[in-house]
Design a protein around this ligand. Structure first.
Ligand SMILES: Nc1ncnc2c1ncn2[C@@H]1O[C@H](COP(=O)(O)OP(=O)(O)OP(=O)(O)O)[C@@H](O)[C@H]1O
Ligand SMILES: [Mg+2]
Length: 341
């Protein structure tokens, strides 16, 4: 659905050139939710603007829904952009229009007749769960409701691709979850391809199928969400994964523990899929002559299955402890011995 070949974007300014996007090659499939994560300035928004033709790449080609966005102009580009919708962090609603009229706006622009327009708006209001708010103004809505209006408006002309630029960054965690739930639902029901950019790994974990990690304009790592969580390769990716699996309190507890503990091994176990449910710890206690202390643990759901991280301390005879590590690995659970945090 989306194909980027060696795409670069250089902004030229008086203060020198900014290489916002550098040699990005990516393929995003039809019907998938593809996440792009990176810290501020990584080039995420620049990349997304290249996807809807708001910016032209300095080099490389951008193809969306069968059209070479990076090469077309004028009417052709406007037509193409009807198939590529976008939602924003700050919603970008029209403040003097009601919910209904905000959602109708892109239909008016597309020249849809009034009767058809009203019908479509009603459908969209139902789809995003805004029944009863049709005549409210944006200022009378909560953040989550405003984003629902943004989503309904974005879907009005039946786009093939929905681009989300930090669409949940202005929302509290609970509202974020409900908006992510809605996006996931829309993706399944309509088979809509969604590209979502964020700096928060839990957003990726919750709804994305695949993810690309951006750093200094480059995609430094890419893969299925579950695999990236299980085996992050780049330091940047590891840092993002830790946002979800190792919150600050975990790190503090571990640090304290490692400082105080002189014997045995502290091990981080990473479970994926089925293994997340297997009674591994019980088996270790039964089979080996060791003491097992569970320090911290967390299991999270991704689109493709469960993912968990568990920190345990195994104490006993050194040989027995290393046999425990071998045993864990034989159970297809990743185990890493932790010496510091
Ligand atoms: N129109 C522009 N002109 C000049 N430089 C720009 C322009 N837009 C972005 N940049 C620069 O390009 C780089 C990438 O910016 P971009 O907005 O794409 O990052 P981002 O990953 O979206 O960051 P954030 O998370 O803060 O939104 C930054 O160094 C930024 O200052
Ligand atoms: Mg941005």
């Amino acid at each position: 659905m989306i194909n980027l070949q060696h795409v670069s974007k250089v902004y030229r300014s008086k203060h020198g050139d900014v290489n916002a996007v550098q040699d990005v090659t990516l393929a995003i499939k039809k019907g998938e939710i593809f996440g792009i994560i990176g810290y501020s300035g990584a080039g995420k928004s620049s990349l997304i603007r290249l996807l809807n033709g708001l910016e032209k790449p300095t080099s490389g080609t951008v193809e969306v829904a069968g059209r070479t966005i990076s090469q077309i102009k004028g009417k052709k580009l406007r037509e193409a952009r009807q198939e590529i919708s976008m939602i924003f962090q700050h919603f970008n609603l029209l403040w003097s229009r009601t919910v209904r009229d905000n959602i109708a706006f892109p239909l008016e622009i597309a020249g849809v007749k009034k009767e058809k327009r009203l019908k479509r708006v009603d459908e969209l209001i139902k789809l995003v769960g805004l029944e009863g708010k049709e005549n409210a103004y944006p200022s009378q809505l909560s953040g989550g409701q405003k984003q629902r209006v943004g989503i309904a408006r974005a879907l009005a002309n039946n786009p093939k691709v929905l681009l989300c630029d930090e669409a949940t960054s202005a929302l509290d965690p609970q509202t974020t979850d409900s908006i992510l739930g809605l996006l996931s639902d829309i993706n399944e029901r309509l088979g809509l391809t969604i590209v979502l950019i964020t700096h928060e790994m839990h957003v990726i974990r919750k709804i994305c199928h695949r993810v690309a990690v951006m750093e200094n304009g480059r995609v430094v790592e890419e893969g299925d969400v579950l695999n990236v969580f299980r085996k992050p390769k780049e330091d940047m990716t590891k840092r993002f994964v830790q946002q979800v699996t190792e919150p600050e309190e975990t790190k503090e507890t571990l640090k304290h523990f490692l400082e105080e503990t002189k014997t045995g091994q502290t091990i981080q176990l990473t479970f994926v899929g089925e293994a997340a449910e297997s009674p591994l710890i019980t088996q270790i206690i039964r089979k080996f002559d060791v003491e097992v202390n569970i320090l911290q643990g967390k299991i999270s759901q991704t689109q493709d299955g469960a993912y968990g991280s568990l920190f345990i301390h195994v104490d006993g005879d050194a040989g027995e402890v290393s046999r425990v590590v071998e045993f864990i690995k034989s159970r297809q659970v990743e185990a890493e011995v932790i010496t510091n945090v």
